[in-house]
Structure formats: structure tokens, C-alpha cells
Design a protein around this ligand. Structure first.
Ligand code: CMC
Length: 430
């Protein structure tokens, strides 16, 4: 008899009971782990549209309601009331810290912000016109060559040190990639500045004159970090987990995540979205681009629109849109043409049947570029900023995976459609 909480699958006339797993929130999960052993079949799910690849207690998304929680806390509350380093603590350790715990954590991160001096030489091996993401993939991967004392994944203390080092050094590395690309000297971190102000200072100050970080801009930067901090099992996080499942060291895994994030369907969309808005240029050209996005023979997509999970508004985009208005106001940028195009494009797309039917809404990348651009960042820095913010999510997910006794090396199977077995023919007989 079938168990009450089980799914039944009939394969070639035989029934198999599959256990159902109940999550804290979200849909039930059919456990197919034993299916291959029992029924000699695989399941087919390219793009993992229906597959839960792991158990996780970190982040939850309800795509239909447009909700995102970190450890149960809604993103809107965290973006409004918390700050990035507290969010890092929450993601890494599961609970909000008390005052002493937070101070200790902030102190630990702050004491690790410098990079090994020899890494400066490593940077200098890159071409100046390299995309900062290319430099970051290389430099973060190279961290395993500089920090040998935190690469043993079986040592809990080393895992902890690696996590802190990554969170602390990624802003330094991203800022160095930027400075290198514009031919300015590297700016060392300043430990009396908060996390976001320190990043802005490393990007925008020069030795020749003093730079004062505007606290309101630093707050906006911090909020951008918070909004990007984690997003459950997205492509780059799954890449980090897959790389880590083989026992690779954390720096190598995060470098793999950065490489995956770079793609325009993922984190690279923030750069692509702003470039698209600039290309559209004026509100009257929007219909032309909407028509292209709907044309199946045209590969063009509205960048910053659509999401695999959100079939309602992306809650991060809502906060980001408010922030964009605030930052432009703060900087005295009125009638910004890019923002005007963005707002009108959003309005027109949301009223269009194609976008309504396919449930395509603006995602986090739609508005972030407008803020970053107003702050003075070139488009090539948008994805590095996403990467430095997401590092805490990647490392929290990696640590969770290493500590999970169910973890096995990730090893998908396939539906083979190649030739059947055949015999080799020597070249003279072909
Ligand atoms: N513009 C026009 N049509 C779109 C778009 C878009 N931005 N996004 C999806 N569609 C269409 C798509 O052509 C498909 O149509 P059909 O059913 O007729 O074949 C349908 O909507 C479903 O799209 P999909 O590509 O099958 O959906 P997916 O879940 O595989 O892809 C996505 C999600 C985010 C990759 C995709 O929406 C996209 O490429 N968007 C633009 C890039 C972007 O903004 N990415 C950032 C995502 S959020 C941040 C992050 O992950 O880093």
C-alpha cells in the first residue's frame, strides 16, 4: 500500500512509491534518490526547472508572491532596517547577532581587508583594458595560492577564516580591478570606514586629494550589497556548490561562482540592462525595442526583465527603484534620460500582453545600474559589485554544503542521444 505522504510513479506497469519531503515553506519535494536504483530510469530536467538539488536553510523565495527571505527575514525589512555586515552574519550563522557578536564579527572582517602585497604584482600581469570581471575571476582563484592556511575544507577553523577573508577582501579586489583598469594607483583599505564607505573610498579616492564619502551614498551602496547578498540556488550559487562538492578549496569555488555570474542571463544583466537603456536613448524608441523583444527571430531580450523564479514582481527591484529615485535626488540629477527611459519601458512592458502572459517583470538588474552609474561607476563595474555582494551568499551556501552529511559530489546524469556503439575504422579505410 502506498504511504500517505508519497508520490506514486508507474514505470512500465510497475508502481514505485516515492517519499515526499515537506519544506518549511514552498512546494513539497518528491524524493527520487532511489528511483534509478529501483526502476533503472533517470529523470530529465535540463535547466533544473523542477529539481531541488539540495536542502538549504538560508534563503527562501516565493516566486508567485514576489517574496524573498534571508533566514526567514523579508528582504524589505533587512534592506530598510539592517545593514550589510549584519546581513552577512545572519546568512553565515543563521541568527541575528547581539551587539557584542556583531562588533566582534565586524572587527574580524575589518582586520582582513588588505590583500597580500604580492597580489599587486599579480594584478599587473593583466592588460589594462581587461574587463574587471575577468581580472576578478583570476585574482580570486589565485587567492588559493596566497592563503594556504585556509584551504583545508575539513578544518572548521580554516573554513571560517576563508569565509571572513573572502567577505573582507572581495571589495578590495573589485576596487583594485577598477583602479587598474583606469590606470590609477591602488587605494589601500581604511579600517576606520564602514564596509560600504571603504569600498567607495577604494574606488574613488586618489592619493593626490582627499575624498570624503557621502554617508547617504554609502547607505545606498550598502543597500545594494544587501539586496544582492543571496538568492538561494541560482546558477552561480549552484556552480559554487558543484565545484565545492568535489572538495575544491573555497577560493577556487568562489572564482567559479564569479565566472558563472558574469553571463548576461545572470549577473551580467546589470551591465547589459544599462547599456540597453542607453542604446534606446529616448522614450519614442521604446516600441521598436519592445517589438524586437517579442520577435522570435530576433535574439534580443529586454535585459533586466524576467526571472526563472519570480512570476510576480522581484521584491529587490521594488527596493532598488525607490533607491534609484533617492540617489538621483541626492545627487541633484533631475530628468535623468536613462531613468526616464527605464520608467517608461517598465510601464509599457507591464501593459503589454506578451509580458503579462509570460509574467515578465523588471528584476534586480533593471534599476541597479542607474544607481551605480549615478554614483560614478562605469558599466563594467556593475557585475563586479554584484559579485562582491553575492560572495557572502556563496560562502554561506558552501559552508552549509560542507557541513551537510547528505552532501555527495554533484554528478548529473544525461539522456544520451549520440551514436550507438560502433567500431573504429583506421584512416586509410575511411
Ligand atoms: N525579454 C523578452 N522575452 C523574454 C525575456 C526578456 N527579458 N525573458 C524571458 N522571455 C520570454 C522567453 O523568450 C520565453 O518565451 P517563449 O516561452 O515564447 O519561448 C519566455 O519568456 C520564458 O523565458 P525563458 O527564457 O524560458 O525563462 P528562463 O526562466 O529560462 O530565463 C531569464 C530567465 C532571467 C534568464 C530570462 O528572463 C532572461 O534572459 N532575462 C534577461 C536577462 C536578465 O535580466 N537576467 C537577470 C536575471 S535576475 C538577476 C540574476 O539572476 O542575476
Amino acid at each position: 500500500m502506498a504511504q500517505e505522504n508519497a508520490a506514486i510513479i508507474t514505470i512500465k506497469g510497475k508502481d514505485y512509491d516515492l517519499p515526499m519531503l515537506s519544506p518549511t515553506a514552498g512546494p513539497d519535494v518528491v524524493d527520487i534518490r532511489k528511483l534509478y536504483g529501483q526502476a533503472d530510469v533517470f529523470t530529465f530536467d535540463p535547466g533544473f526547472t523542477s529539481t531541488a538539488a539540495c536542502e538549504s536553510a538560508i534563503t527562501f523565495i516565493d516566486g508567485d508572491k514576489g517574496e524573498l527571505w534571508y533566514r526567514g527575514y523579508p528582504i524589505e525589512q533587512l534592506a530598510d532596517q539592517s545593514h550589510f555586515l549584519e546581513v552577512c552574519y545572519l546568512l553565515l550563522y543563521g541568527e541575528l547577532p547581539d551587539k557584542a557578536m556583531l562588533e566582534d564579527f565586524e572587527n574580524r572582517v575589518t582586520r582582513h581587508t588588505m590583500v597580500h602585497e604580492q597580489m599587486h604584482n599579480f594584478f599587473r600581469g593583466f592588460r589594462r583594458d581587461a574587463h574587471p570581471m575577468a581580472t576578478m575571476v583570476g585574482v580570486v582563484g589565485a587567492m588559493s595560492a596566497f592563503y594556504h592556511d585556509s584551504t583545508d575544507i575539513n578544518d572548521e577553523w580554516q573554513r571560517e577564516v576563508a569565509a571572513i577573508r573572502l567577505i573582507a577582501k572581495l571589495p578590495t579586489i573589485a576596487a583594485m580591478a577598477y583602479k587598474y583598469s583606469i590606470g590609477q594607483p591602488f587605494v589601500y583599505p581604511q579600517n576606520d570606514l564602514d564596509y560600504a564607505s571603504n569600498f567607495l573610498n577604494m574606488c574613488f579616492s586618489v592619493p593626490a586629494e582627499k575624498y570624503k564619502v557621502d554617508p547617504a551614498l554609502s547607505k545606498a551602496m550598502d543597500r545594494i550589497f544587501t539586496l544582492h547578498a543571496d538568492h538561494e540556488q541560482n546558477a552561480s550559487t549552484s556552480t559554487v556548490r558543484l565545484a565545492g562538492s568535489s572538495g575544491a578549496n573555497p577560493f577556487a569555488c568562489i572564482a567559479a561562482g564569479i565566472a558563472c555570474l558574469w553571463g548576461p542571463a545572470h549577473g551580467g544583466a546589470n551591465q547589459a540592462a544599462l547599456e540597453m537603456l542607453k542604446e534606446i536613448g529616448t522614450v519614442d524608441r521604446i516600441p521598436e525595442y519592445i517589438a524586437r523583444a517579442k520577435d522570435k527571430s530576433d535574439p534580443f531580450k529586454l535585459m533586466g526583465f524576467g526571472h526563472r523564479v519570480y512570476k510576480n514582481f522581484d521584491p529587490r527591484a521594488k527596493v532598488m527603484k525607490e533607491s534609484a529615485d533617492e540617489v538621483l535626488d541626492l545627487l541633484g540629477i533631475h530628468n535623468n534620460p536613462t531613468l526616464q527611459v527605464a520608467k517608461e519601458l517598465e510601464k509599457i512592458a507591464l501593459e503589454d500582453d506578451y509580458f503579462i502572459e509570460k509574467k515578465l517583470y523588471p528584476n534586480v538588474d533593471f534599476y541597479s545600474g542607474i544607481i551605480l552609474s549615478a554614483m560614478g561607476f562605469p558599466t563594467s563595474m556593475f557585475t563586479p559589485i554584484f559579485a562582491l555582494s553575492r560572495t557572502v551568499g556563496w560562502i554561506a551556501q558552501w559552508k552549509e554544503m560542507i557541513g551537510d552529511p547528505q552532501t555527495k559530489i554533484g554528478r548529473p546524469r544525461q539522456l544520451y542521444v549520440g551514436p550507438k556503439r560502433r567500431d573504429y575504422v583506421p584512416v586509410k579505410s575511411r
